[in-house]
Structure formats: structure tokens, C-alpha cells
Design a protein around this ligand. Sequence first.
Ligand code: A2P
Length: 285
Amino acid sequence: MDLTAANHRIPLSDGNSIPIIGLGTYSEPKLTSKGSCKTSVKMAIDVGYQHIDGAYIYRNEDEVGEAIREKIAEGRVKREDIFYCGKLWATHFEPERVRPYLEKTLKTLQLDYVDLYIIEMPMAFKPGDEFYPKDKYGNWLYHNSNLCATWEVECHPYFTQRKLLEFCQQHDIVIVAYSPLGTARNPLWVNVSFPPLLNDELLNSLGEKYNKTAAQVALRFNIQRGIVVIPKSFNPKRIKENFQVFDFSLTEEEMKSIEALNKDVRLVDLLLWSDHPEYPFYDEY
Ligand code: A2P
């Protein structure tokens, strides 16, 4: 695969294509200043990102839409140059709720379509407008569903997903790796018992060799395996840094040594919902 900053789309079997790197836009709303999402998306488009990953539940989808629309108005890009992925939240898995929820996203973005619409997580909550429904005793209000097959995939050097990748490659399925840098480590929903991925000695020493950072090496590792990555950053320097992954490549031996870092550790383990009857993360994928 000969990917460049200008041309880094993976063809899909329906004739569409997906850019192999996207900007993640989830940021804890309480800790994020208004407008920083919009500024980051605009900057990412200027840097050359063609893929933006967002969701209605991130509470900044309006800013994402504004940024994309402003860049289109400036003539910097056309709508068809941008690949936007939106997400269906756990309170809207009932078939009749899907379309109205997607329409909310479109209305919030003020765009006519999304390029991809995926299920946010594989456990349903009580249907309704409450994002995180609980009963009067503070217990989560769960709901039954059957969505494991359509769940998106965490993937990084500590969780390389070899088996799933082999299966997907055999069946021409493209994987999108969320948390490709090891997440922002919010202990509420992340397993923080391991040291941060980006402190890894091997990733840092390979970074030194190529004059790159550990983050760039981690992203390049997935890209070289044909896996789409959606690193989140609202920091201008890091947004640029994360896109500068098309001007170096890792040798086969280096790829193997990174693969050997695999610890089968799922960082986004969502343990706060582990008593959900459909909690999926004890199963092998
Ligand atoms: P920030 O937005 O301040 O850059 P993931 O995509 O795996 O969920 O990781 C996102 C986290 O990693 C965020 O906290 C983000 O913070 C941080 N981050 C993004 N890019 C880099 C980078 N190049 N180096 C170090 N940390 C990064």
C-alpha cells in the first residue's frame, strides 16, 4: 500500500473509500473549552486530514459541522473530500429510533449526509432521551440488544487484534482503530493499570531512529497493517504531528517487534458497565 499525505484512502468493496487517518473529536465536555473542537477540526482539514470521527453524544457535533461547512465555504475542500463518521448512542438501538437519531446528527452538523454511521458501543441502555439513564437508586437502566457483530474495534501496539485483523482481511473488511494512542486515560472507563502506551521504550527508540515521536510510530504501525486510525487531539502541534506519518516506514522486523508488544490489554474496558448482561469484553475476538 503506497499511501501519501495527499492520497491515503483505502478502497471499500462498495466503491467508496475511507481515509486511513481521521481526527478523533471526543473530549470530556466539562474539561473542554467551547470552540476548541471547531478550531481543531478546521486546523486538521488545513493540515490535510480528510476524515473526521465524531458523535452526537460528544456534545460538540455542532462545532464539527460548522468547521466542515466553513472549510467548504472557503473553497478549501468540497463535501465529497471529507469523510465524516457519526455514531448511534446506546439509548437508540431500537430499529425505529435509528433514523430519527441519525437525523439529529445531520441537523446538528447541518450537513446532508454522513459517510459512515456506526454503533457507539455494544451494550444498550433504556431507550429514551436520557444519555445515561439510571433508576432512582442510581442503578444503570440497561436494555437487551444483539449488536456485538457491529461493534467497532480498539487497536494499538498493546492490543494488536491479530486474530480479528486476519479474519477481517480474509473477508475484505476494513478495521477502524479507536484509541490508537492509548486514550486520554480517564479511569472511569479506561484500564489505567498499565503504564501509558506512549511511554513505551520500543516505540520511543524507534521514534528516535526515524526522528518521530512514539505516537507517530504507534499510528504508522496500524497504518502499515491497513488499519484506519482516528487519533484524537485538540492540540495544534499534535494534530499536525499525528498526520506526519506518511513520510517514513517501519521495516518488517520493526513491525514484528511492535506486534510483540501486544499484551492483549483492552484499555477501554468500560468496567463501570461490566454488570450489563451483554457486557462483551470478557469474550475473545
Ligand atoms: P490532546 O488532545 O491534548 O492532544 P486516543 O486517540 O488514543 O484516544 O488518544 C487521545 C489522547 O492522546 C488525548 O489525551 C490527546 O490529547 C493525546 N494525544 C493526541 N496526540 C498525541 C501525540 N501526538 N502525543 C501525545 N499525546 C497525544
